[in-house]
Ligand binder design. Structure first.
Ligand SMILES: [Zn+2]
Length: 91
């Protein structure tokens, strides 16, 4: 069962599920907030142009029990970068 797809909490079965909740990184303090992201470097061996592909990390949150399931907004974009990185390494 997918929390994101079915809008049902796998822990408690509640349908009060919030989708697309943004994960904020509070490392900056003093009200500074950055959206949490995941990134894949297409060319990790390069010194300058690593061409990192970054996607937003979002989450499904259950309003009943607080269960959280993170997911990325554009998984296919990340997958493309990952595949590119792997083919670069085989060269
Ligand atoms: Zn729940």
């Amino acid at each position: 069962m997918s929390m994101k797809k079915d809008s049902v909490c796998p822990q408690c079965g509640s349908r009060n599920v919030m989708l697309g909740v943004k994960l904020d990184d509070r490392a900056g303090g003093a009200g500074a907030r950055w959206d949490a992201t995941l990134s894949v470097e297409q060319n990790p061996d390069a010194i300058f142009f690593k061409e990192a592909t970054t996607v937003d990390l979002k989450a499904c949150v259950c309003a009943q029990c607080g269960h959280v399931e993170p997911y990325v907004a554009n998984p296919s974009q990340l997958w493309t970068a990952y595949q590119t990185a792997r083919s670069e390494q085989r060269r």
